[in-house]
Design a protein around this ligand. Structure first.
Ligand SMILES: *[C@@H]1O[C@H](CO)[C@@H](O)[C@H](O)[C@H]1NC(C)=O
Ligand SMILES: *[C@@H]1O[C@H](CO)[C@@H](O)[C@H](O)[C@H]1NC(C)=O
Ligand SMILES: *[C@@H]1O[C@H](CO)[C@@H](O)[C@H](O)[C@H]1NC(C)=O
Ligand SMILES: *[C@@H]1O[C@H](CO)[C@@H](O)[C@H](O)[C@H]1NC(C)=O
Ligand SMILES: *[C@@H]1O[C@H](CO)[C@@H](O)[C@H](O)[C@H]1NC(C)=O
Length: 419
């Protein structure tokens, strides 16, 4: 009797379980986050365009904005009650990320996603021989009311020029075209994107000058066009980038002088123009780089000397790299007044005269490179200085320099003891 009761209870439990499962399954048939049917087909075909024909979205992801989210795709609900795709991130970011196929294309359907805010494709177009892909020329204006962030990164197979139509993406805040195979000039139309806060064009094959009208980007915080083949001189309008924090134009073929208007950029923390062909001496003393932390001018035929500059005004500077820029004259005492300086590189110039023993008293200095100059006199640093610096003190290739012998065993490499 007791047994029968138990088993009846068991049967009931089983039924209940089936009922629950049935309801759940039933629930899974109808999307929790309904999409406009067209939008749903569009996202399937867009993703398929990137990841390949094998990918059957309607099979795998019946409710893409709800209980079967597509990796890297985000949605938001809009006023009409439907859910729309707002972000697509493809590329090997997480273990389960969707990655592009070897014959990936830019699907035309992409431009039908009218609420798309973020598009990010990394390692998507990999071969400029087997599958060279160009950015679509037209249709970008269809994303002009939505697109805020466009990131195309590490796509060596992405070739051709930046479409002029990018200039219609007026909501764009971040444009990152990093390490692709893009060529041609940096299109002036980018100067229309006045909401941009980040513009990264680094590691492509861009040529020509930095367009004058980029000076309109007054909200820009980061401008990085390093590692291209840019030429000509920098436009003075660069001084209108009032908000700029980081300016990196290193590894190009820029000529002429650094425009003195750069000195207007009060919030600048990083200025890197190393490995170019800049001339004209160090800035004319009118600069007020109060916030500058990293100043990297190395490998340019800049010339001139260190004497005309009030180094004591650079109170926030941490990195100062003036290596191989053709400097002459002596190293002024004021250099030792930069209290936050950690890294000072003056190597491979034609500096002469002696080094102040006050370099020893700089509170933050951890690296000092003065090798490859024509310094003379006696290095008069404490034992502690050499220990603190270790391998980061370089003074070799100064034929007429010597060091005052101190008791212990730290000696500056490549420098002879004073007689
Ligand atoms: C995807 O799967 C559905 C359902 O199994 C099928 O009807 C459809 O033809 C498939 N689509 C593609 C592109 O393979
Ligand atoms: C510079 O930075 C300060 C402090 O962060 C900020 O208040 C100011 O608005 C910035 N200036 C510009 C022109 O962006
Ligand atoms: C300085 O010149 C030497 C010899 O030409 C070179 O090996 C070294 O890399 C240069 N250092 C820098 C920082 O450019
Ligand atoms: C180095 O300086 C000495 C004088 O201290 C000078 O005689 C010599 O010509 C200089 N060498 C170079 C290469 O400038
Ligand atoms: C080295 O510097 C110390 C003070 O730091 C000073 O007393 C000494 O005279 C200096 N020696 C030479 C040879 O300049």
């Amino acid at each position: 009797m007791a047994l029968m009761f138990l088993s009846r209870k068991y049967k009931f439990a089983l039924c209940f379980l089936f009922l629950v499962m049935f309801c759940l399954c039933k629930g899974q048939d109808s999307p929790l986050s309904p999409m406009d049917k067209k939008e749903q087909e569009v996202i399937y075909s867009v993703i398929q365009g990137f990841v390949g024909k094998w990918w059957n979205g309607s099979d795998l992801y019946p409710d893409p904005c709800g209980w079967t989210p597509i990796q890297g795709v985000s949605c938001e609900q809009y006023d009409d009650g439907f859910w729309y795709v707002t972000a697509i991130n493809l590329g090997p970011v997480f273990d389960n990320s969707l990655t592009c196929s070897h014959d990936a294309k830019f699907p035309e359907q992409l431009f039908k996603l009218k609420h798309l805010k973020v598009l990010s494709l990394s390692r998507c177009f990999l071969s400029s021989n087997q599958n060279p892909v160009k950015l679509p020329i037209s249709n970008w204006d269809k994303l002009s009311d939505s697109l805020e962030c466009l990131t195309l990164r590490s796509n060596p197979g992405l070739v051709g020029t930046i479409p002029t139509k990018f200039g219609s993406l007026r909501k764009l805040q971040s444009l990152v075209l990093l390490q692709n195979g893009l060529t041609g000039k940096m299109t002036p139309s980018i100067g229309n994107l006045v909401r941009l806060r980040q513009l990264v064009l680094s590691g492509n094959y861009f040529v020509g000058e930095v367009p004058v009208n980029y000076g309109r980007l007054s909200e820009l915080l980061i401008f990085d066009a390093s590692r291209n083949s840019l030429s000509g001189s920098l436009p003075s309008t660069i001084g209108f980038l009032d908000s700029l924090l980081k300016l990196d134009l290193s590894n190009n073929m820029l000529e002429g002088e650094l425009p003195r208007e750069i000195g207007r950029l009060k919030n600048l923390t990083l200025l890197d123009v190393s490995h170019n062909k800049l001339r004209g001496g160090l800035f004319g003393g009118h600069n007020d780089f109060v916030n500058l932390k990293d100043l990297v001018l190395s490998n340019n035929p800049i010339g001139g000397d260190l004497l005309g500059i009030k180094w004591e005004n650079f109170q926030n500077i941490e990195t100062l790299d003036l290596s191989n820029i053709g400097l002459i004259g002596s190293v002024p005492e004021s250099i030792t007044k930069m209290n936050r300086l950690r890294y000072l590189d003056l190597s491979n110039n034609s500096l002469s005269g002696s080094l102040s023993s006050n370099l020893d008293n700089m509170p933050c200095l951890r690296a000092l490179h003065v090798n490859g100059n024509n310094l003379t006199g006696k290095l008069n640093f404490s034992e502690g200085f050499y220990i603190k610096m270790g391998r980061h003190f370089a003074a070799w290739n100064n034929p007429n320099l010597c060091y005052i012998t101190k008791p212990r065993n730290q000696i500056p490499y490549g420098v002879k003891p004073c007689l």
